[in-house]
Design a protein around this ligand. Structure first.
Ligand code: SAM
Ligand code: SF4
Length: 371
């Protein structure tokens, strides 16, 4: 498939176009270091490209080919990769994602195996919450640390329009079950689309505050399979803050951001002093945080993506499938390190730049990368 240029307001040359300037130093002790001095310690692992929703900003209504089963990382390969990451390459936290990770039948077994090998590792899951009600307790028992549930609105009609599926009640039941299973703190992820749910932002925040959930708004990124994203159409972080300010006063959270993608704000009811909680805004497009990025991503078929917007992918699967000796582990780890060494300096959007080289949207949609 050809990569289609996406017109953006303030393009910047993609710094990964030329590849890394210098050879990677050191052996495995340097971990997942890149050429700009950043070290990835936060591993995002996609368990599947399949999903039971069709969110407008992510998947097409129909017509996306699924990966063939033999291309997907097996449970054993997942456990081996996480082991390499944690034991050799300095991974300190793991997020399981997709596609929709709950559609994977062996999810609970995978989490149990990971927990048994890594008793102290924070393991979180990003899910759309469909089917969560029946699985939350088993996930907690298996050793899951916590959950992010994506839910963009509390309105059935808007939910249907956004996700193209009528499953809002299932999602709400899933969040409640996760809370009852002790999978706290629960974070709610929301993407706002103009004219559909932007008017629901303050209501969603009030609902989350009332229940002790941490709401995070994510700026819509150009990672939709339909390539329908436009800079003019997206709701910016600045607009999100303005939408919330009708009901709330926001002030910067004094706690250190510490590499987190979300900028956190303390929330108070407008004009009152009492702290109600916090809200996060992930402004990947308009206020990028690439300089402090600590993430390494592996797709469901074992490809390293050093950035959500990478145009290059490094395949670990052939090496993973050549054997399981220490020598092979060395080779897989080195290949992963090489991929991260070439991580681009920045994703190429959102900052006044170096002419109009143009940002190129990756072929993969968010569901096929692992958000
Ligand atoms: N299916 C799960 C879910 O929806 O939570 C996990 C995978 S999904 C790709 C992970 C996160 O990416 C979700 O919170 C979703 O809202 C977000 N996402 C998907 N497409 C996006 C886009 N184009 N821009 C910003 N966030 C997006
Ligand atoms: Fe599925 Fe998550 Fe993408 Fe929505 S955002 S289509 S739930 S993978």
């Amino acid at each position: 498939m050809e990569t289609a240029p996406v017109p953006l307001g303030m393009p910047e040359l993609r710094p990964d176009a030329a590849g890394p300037a210098a050879p990677r130093p050191g052996g495995h002790e340097t971990g997942l270091l890149d050429q700009f001095g950043r070290v990835a310690t936060d591993m995002r692992l996609s368990l599947t490209d399949k999903c039971n929703l069709r969110c407008q900003y992510c998947m097409p209504e129909a017509g996306l080919d699924w990966l063939k089963k033999d291309k997907l990382l097996t449970a054993e390969e997942i456990v081996r990769l996480v082991g390499l990451g944690v034991d050799r390459l300095g991974v300190r936290e793991l997020r399981l994602t997709g596609g929709e990770p709950l559609v994977r039948a062996d999810l609970v077994d995978i989490i149990a195996a990971l927990r048994s090998n890594h008793p102290e590792l924070p393991i979180s899951l990003t899910t759309n919450g469909v089917g969560l009600a029946g699985k939350a307790q088993a996930l907690a028992n298996a050793g899951l640390t916590r959950l992010n549930v994506s839910m963009d609105t509390l309105h059935h009609d808007a939910f249907l329009q956004l996700t193209r599926r009528p499953f809002l009640d299932q999602v709400l039941a899933g969040i409640e079950a996760a809370s009852a299973a002790g999978l706290a703190p629960i974070k709610i992820n929301a993407v706002l689309l103009r004219g559909i749910n932007d008017g629901h932002a303050a209501e969603l925040l009030q609902w989350s505050l009332d229940r002790g959930y941490e709401l995070r708004f994510i700026e819509q990124m150009p990672l939709d399979a339909d390539h329908g994203w436009t800079r003019e159409g997206m709701i910016t972080a600045e607009e999100i803050r303005a939408l919330l300010s009708t009901n709330f006063d926001l002030s910067p959270d004094p706690r250190a951001r510490d590499g987190a993608p979300a900028e956190r704000f303390e929330v108070r009811a407008a004009g009152t002093p009492g702290l109600l909680g916090t809200v996060g805004i992930i402004a990947s497009v308009t206020e990028p945080f690439c300089a402090d990025c600590r993430r390494t991503r592996i797709t469901a078929e074992g490809k390293v993506m050093s950035c959500l917007f990478s145009l290059t992918e490094v395949d670990l699967l052939p090496l993973l499938r050549t054997g399981s000796s220490t020598h092979d582990d060395d080779a897989v780890a080195s290949r992963w390190q090489d991929a991260m060494w070439a991580k681009p300096k920045a994703h190429g959007m959102g900052r006044p730049g170096l002419g109009d080289a143009g940002f190129v949207q990756p072929d993969r949609s968010m569901s096929a990368i692992g958000g």
